[in-house]
Design a protein around this ligand. Structure first.
Ligand code: GLY
Length: 387
């Protein structure tokens, strides 16, 4: 049941500011794949062939689909053809990744759902369908049948990652749900649900918090241990990871109607709500020391987007209202204090952090803008579902 209408006017006002901003940001970045802005507020370009990148960076970078996603969200609303044209350029820029192959890992979902799948859904473009199915087959090929998990990353210099699965993949499996819905071949969906079932048993803690990385024995499939990953410490609660779980399980429920997924989403949501402060500022990790003021506006937007969808799925009205109220609290905090609608910076959402122990914090990330804009559209009443 949708109660979001109560907030739709507010969301529409914020979206007007977003649209005014993206109007000029899109012109500046139509031939680039942006990730973050520099000290002058200008986006970088992951498609810059003059730069040398690590194998999983550059054209293979996991966030490369989000700029296209923003353009498709704007196109769906405004029907301005330039947004469609610019979003399609993104698919062309990303195409060489398939030939490079070694740099692609489980994040083909993040890369090709908001770009190629969104394109196909909105325009029926057959070339996008081909790209998206190609990506879905690569993702399906990462499934470890013994452990019933999708392997996250390729080999790292310092770690054997054959047994690693990470919570972020709850978003990547949307690509598999889409592939089965599109082709009517259930293989992709079997893999998506097997992975989600494993995650629900191996990642979700008793209190509803979620591990970032879990390692399985790739030969026997046994769960071995978990890692802190991008969070503060082993056993802690990296907030963006909580968001990937809460939103990812909500989306898995929408695709399958399996009650277990809804229960997991609610459990993680209730945990998050119990840890969110009255100011609605989301730290990098719910368990970071109290004196540490590091925050992650990107995790904030992911959690908000998940809560809005979850509010639509639960039948208990008081729960639904509480999910929405928290989502709106988070989004208003971003809108009032972390959103830059000026011309000083090409990104909107400020104070994002990739990882607790990374050398740099509080910068912009294109996917924070994506999840912020997507959440505002959900509140404004759009029924265009990307995941
Ligand atoms: N998927 C990696 C991250 O959330 O930073």
């Amino acid at each position: 049941m949708s109660l979001a209408g109560e907030y739709s006017e507010w969301a529409a006002t914020e979206l007007d500011k977003v649209k005014n901003k993206i109007k000029w940001v899109a012109e500046n970045n139509k031939n680039k794949i942006p990730y973050t802005t520099d000290e002058k507020g200008i986006y970088d370009n992951k498609a810059d062939n003059n730069k040398e990148y690590r194998i999983d960076d550059g054209i293979n970078w996991w966030t490369n689909g989000f700029w296209a996603g923003i353009l498709w969200l704007l196109y769906n609303d405004t029907k301005e053809s330039r947004y469609k044209e610019y979003a399609m350029i993104q698919e062309d820029l990303m195409r060489p990744a398939f030939d490079m192959f070694y740099g692609l890992h489980h994040d083909v979902g993040f890369m090709f759902v908001p770009s190629a799948v969104a394109d196909y859904r909105l325009t029926g473009n057959n070339e996008s369908r081909r790209i998206a199915l190609h990506a879905a087959n690569l993702l399906a090929g990462r499934f470890n049948a013994k452990g019933a998990y999708i392997r996250a990353w390729n080999d790292l210099e310092d770690a054997d990652t054959r047994g690693w699965a990470i919570i972020d993949c709850m978003f990547n499996i949307s690509l598999l749900f889409w592939a089965s819905e599109e082709t009517k071949d259930p293989r992709y969906r079997h893999i998506a649900t097997a992975h989600a079932d494993t995650v629900s048993k191996a990642f979700i803690r008793e209190n509803g918090s979620v591990c970032h990385i879990v390692e399985f024995d790739p030969v026997t499939g046994t769960r071995l241990k978990s890692y802190a990953g991008q969070g503060f410490a082993h056993g802690s609660s990296w907030t963006r990871g909580q968001g990937w779980a809460l939103y990812g399980f909500t989306s898995a429920y929408r695709h399958t109607k399996d009650d277990n997924y809804l229960q997991v989403a609610e459990k993680v949501a209730d945990y998050c709500i119990s840890r969110i402060g009255r100011d609605y500022i989301i730290p990098i990790d719910f368990d970071q020391p109290a004196e540490c003021k590091l925050e992650d506006s990107c995790g904030a937007c992911v959690i908000a987007g998940g809560l809005i969808d979850l509010a639509d799925e639960v039948s208990d009205i008081s729960k639904s209202k509480n999910y929405l109220k928290t989502a709106v609290g988070i989004l208003k905090q971003i809108a009032d204090n972390r959103a830059d609608y000026t011309e000083k910076c090409e990104a909107i959402v400020q104070n994002c952090s990739a990882a607790f122990h990374a050398p740099k914090h509080h910068f912009t990330m294109v996917y924070a803008d994506y999840y912020y804009i997507e959440a505002l559209y959900k509140l404004a009443g759009s029924d265009f579902k990307i995941w």
